[in-house]
Design a protein around this ligand. Structure first.
Ligand code: SF4
Length: 199
């Protein structure tokens, strides 16, 4: 059987271009493997809003109920620009099946970006500014970081979901009833494994 090629948005610093604030990028084994079996769509939100390389580090600052994305040296707030870029970017995506983003980044982090309060104290961990909007716009798609995918269970779950979603997407684009029946037949045991009731 031919497997569909999932379309995955990936943080650009994970092996595509040295776009990190310090001029580096990171090698990631999962991304390298996926290059052969998926269509990867690299994006760097901080480059997207016009920042250069190298650049000052950004951090998430929270004061009362307001969350900002602040330049650590100048104090400039980039949250509005990043939000506008992310909205435009996400709205331009066609046929996307998941997101693989850089851990701990104030823009791309997946639940582990440091949130600073008054006095430069870390008060919480959260999604980065880009990831927060991704979750809003694509609440049903898998969103993971390269660090979380080092755990076998999370990696298996992510891969299962992106390939299943890509399969469903391709099947729906053909829109024949027979194709849907075939999709259900092929995935019967997988669906049963996750939810016998919903099968
Ligand atoms: S973590 Fe995201 S914003 Fe930071 S360099 Fe990588 S792609 Fe760009």
């Amino acid at each position: 059987m031919r497997h569909p090629r999932p379309r995955i948005v990936v943080s650009e610093c994970l092996g595509f271009r040295p776009v990190r604030y310090d001029g580096n990028m990171e090698h990631d084994e999962t991304v390298e493997t996926l290059r052969k079996y998926a269509d990867l769509l690299p994006v760097c939100p901080e480059i997207g809003i016009g920042l250069g390389v190298p650049r000052n580090q950004l951090v998430i600052m929270k004061s009362d109920d307001i969350t900002l994305l602040i330049d650590t040296k100048t104090g400039e707030d980039f949250s509005g620009r990043l939000e506008r870029f992310t909205e435009t970017f996400l709205n331009s995506l066609v046929d996307v099946d998941g997101f693989l983003l850089k851990s701990k980044s104030p823009s791309c982090g997946v639940g582990d970006a440091k949130v600073y309060g008054r006095g430069k104290v870390v008060v919480a961990r959260s999604d980065g500014a880009f990831t927060r909007l991704v979750r809003k716009v694509f609440p049903l798609l898998p969103i993971e970081s390269e660090k979380r995918l080092l755990k076998y269970e999370l990696r298996r779950n992510f891969l299962t979901r992106i390939y299943s979603i890509a399969d469903l997407r391709e099947t729906l684009s053909r829109a024949g009833v027979e194709d849907l029946v075939d999709l259900h037949r092929r995935n019967k045991y997988l669906l049963m494994l996750y939810s016998p009731r919903q099968l």
